[in-house]
Design a protein around this ligand. Structure first.
Ligand code: HEC
Length: 248
């Protein structure tokens, strides 16, 4: 269990709710505001949060920040209700607390604001700690990443873009190219850092790390065989941002 919740006990959670109410946003469950939109909240989560956080129901596997299924498990078991979790998450999104002094990782403030922050907090609070999969409209809220058509090299260029919604995946996990000189290009439309790399003769050859529409480019010379293409940003390959390149 992370120290996080030990430190953030009930008083912190209540403070989260109080500040929510102070701003007139009904993220604590009452009030006359429109109810949170969980579908929109899931989409925001996958796009803005999932690269750093694991959350089972959202299908995200980021490891930079704490696992958000584990984060509230003890507190929920101890009787904290999900409305309070919602206030805590909302507060964290707008005013990220540095939870442990020896953690080098950092959560940028205001990744989501306004309704987006309300919706994402509601979604996290609704699903945290739950096994299995989302059902109903939530099941199809986010398109599964990585299942696109295999990439095929054309005129010495192989294009394998990163998932445009920020999921830790390329648009496809299969690619093929003829042996010889090859330029691998990976456009990244998301706001999450990615590159593209291949191990050649035991050495990792990587393009530059890009985001916001940048393209990572790596030039390699490949003999026939099977290679793994992957993202070198920490935790991304392990979370599934990789695929197989077959060279013939
Ligand atoms: C760039 C990586 C990154 C992104 C993106 C990110 N977070 Fe975080 N988050 C962190 C880190 C790191 C921590 C822990 C801070 C610490 O330990 O000092 C954290 C902590 C948290 C916590 C507190 C968990 C606990 O143990 O109490 C919550 C809740 C949270 N994030 C939710 C979100 C939500 C919702 C989003 C999207 C709007 C988001 N995060 C986006 C890195 C990130």
């Amino acid at each position: 269990m992370r120290i996080a919740l030990g430190r953030r006990g009930a008083p912190v959670a209540l403070a989260g709710c109080a500040s929510v109410l102070a701003l007139g946003v009904s993220a604590c469950g009452s009030g006359g505001e429109a109810p949170a939109d969980l579908v929109a909240g899931k989409q925001v989560f996958v796009e803005k949060c999932g690269a750093c956080h694991t959350l089972n129901r959202a299908g995200t596997k980021g490891t930079t920040g704490p696992n958000l299924d584990d984060a509230f498990r003890q507190a929920l078991a101890d009787g904290m209700n999900r409305a309070t979790v919602r206030g805590t998450v909302w507060d964290q999104v707008l005013h990220p607390a540095k939870l442990s002094t020896n953690s080098p990782a950092y959560m940028p403030p205001k990744l989501a604001e306004g309704r987006d922050a309300v919706n994402v907090a509601a979604y996290v609070a609704a699903v945290t700690g739950k096994s299995g999969q989302d059902t109903g409209v939530l099941a199809t809220a986010v398109k599964a990443a990585g299942g696109g058509q295999p990439a095929v090299a054309k005129a010495g260029v192989l294009q394998i873009d990163a998932d445009p919604n920020g999921q830790l995946a390329y648009v496809t996990d299969k690619a093929s190219a003829p042996a010889g000189a090859l330029e691998i290009r990976s456009k990244n439309a998301s706001q999450v850092d990615h590159d593209i790399a291949v191990d050649v003769d035991g050495q990792t050859q990587a393009g530059e790390v890009v985001k916001d529409g940048g393209t990572s480019v790596v030039k390699v010379d490949l003999k026939p065989g099977k290679y793994t293409f992957f993202c070198t940003v920490q935790g991304h390959k392990a979370a599934g941002m990789q695929g197989t390149l077959t060279v013939k």
